[in-house]
Ligand binder design. Sequence first.
Ligand code: F0G
Length: 438
Amino acid sequence: MTAELACFEARSRARCRARFPITEVLYNCPKCGGLLEAVYGPPAQSAAELKTLWRGRRASNEPLDQSGVWRYREFIPFLPDYRSVVTLREGNTPLLEARRAAEYGGLDRLAFKHQGFNPTGSFKDNGMTCGVAQALRLGMTRVACVSTGNTSASMAAYASAAGLQPVVFIPHGNIAYGKLAQALEYGARTLQVEANFDQILALVRQLAERLGIYLLNSINPFRIEGQKTIMVEMMDQRDWRAPDWVVLPGGALGNTSAFGKALREMKEWGLIDRLPRLGVIQAEGAAPFYELLRARDRSKLNAVEHPRTLATAIRIGDPVSWPKALHEVTVSGGVVEKVTEQEIADAKALIGQCGIGCEPASAATLAGIRKLTAAGVIARDADVVAVLTGNLLKDPDYIYRYHTGELEAPDGTRIMPNLGNRPVVVPNDPDRIAALLG
Ligand code: F0G
């Protein structure tokens, strides 16, 4: 099948649509500066054939088939062969029904697609196995990213597994400890820059070009291809019945772009018969995409210069993929909502009480659902899947502070431990402990 890079820009504006060989090292269109995407010719197999093939691979012991990304390789056909693939068995994440979370969110039922079950604990692994495969195919030796923590953890793991040298740039003091620890343990050159995510991205783009390092941020179109499989696997798990809504947190908006592209392509390929609506949730202190959707002029996103949220994964004020995300939200009839620090913290504790757990950014989904059902945007009986993007253990410090009433929002307001669960110090005395436990 033919695979090319195409300029995505301005399906609405300039209609550039320039095309480039799939093997060119490009992150933006050289003609108009727009975002790039991978495009393919029509599939060689029918939808029914693909569904049977993909389901059958679940019983295979082949590494490629065991990967929840490469199992669906006909849907992401940008490689000539699979020699450059390094898999840690990414994807394969469960779809978990959560009754208490549904109730809290004002729904009859709710399922979480939990990407925190990935090898490095976030959805980034779905994209990174593809980005690293492309890096190897291109003969690159060093890869780099700026990250709020999860991309760097994932890139460090996949690059090291592939024998590439990972270089990560992170905002000093503003990433969760678990994520920083992963980058170190997986052997990345780790640079803590005294700037925020958006500022560091500009810096890294310059350095990547100057030093010939391959950039693996979500502007990399091959990362987006990999993240598409999150939606494909979800549909496979639902026997190809599309839900009414897919709700996810929005930061740099790579995932929103990937999900939208996946859903459109699945519909074009006849794998599903309708598009779910996308619900993108941002943190109140880092919500430029929310503001864009409310603006009269949607041709330019106004960046938030100093984004602030304890959900550090989505602490991004100038999301690069906004033009793609805007297209996907519009095409799907979707919405963008924003939630407060308190709402995120309580929703997160509630997800924990379901025995599921997640990191703060992921909990924005449930907080957003609660708001959207209250406003009548999402119906109580809607079929909703929320994507939990990261594992609970990524940010244990946040958890401890919440449950002990020590968590403070960036503006200094105390977060109330409404669902707090404070640990109790007890003497080494069975009678007193028995009295306490009743
Ligand atoms: N949830 C988690 C746990 C994340 O790590 C991220 C992004 C998002 C949601 C938002 O996804 O950027 O595609 O809209 N983390 C990036 C990183 C920015 O560097 O790890 P997005």
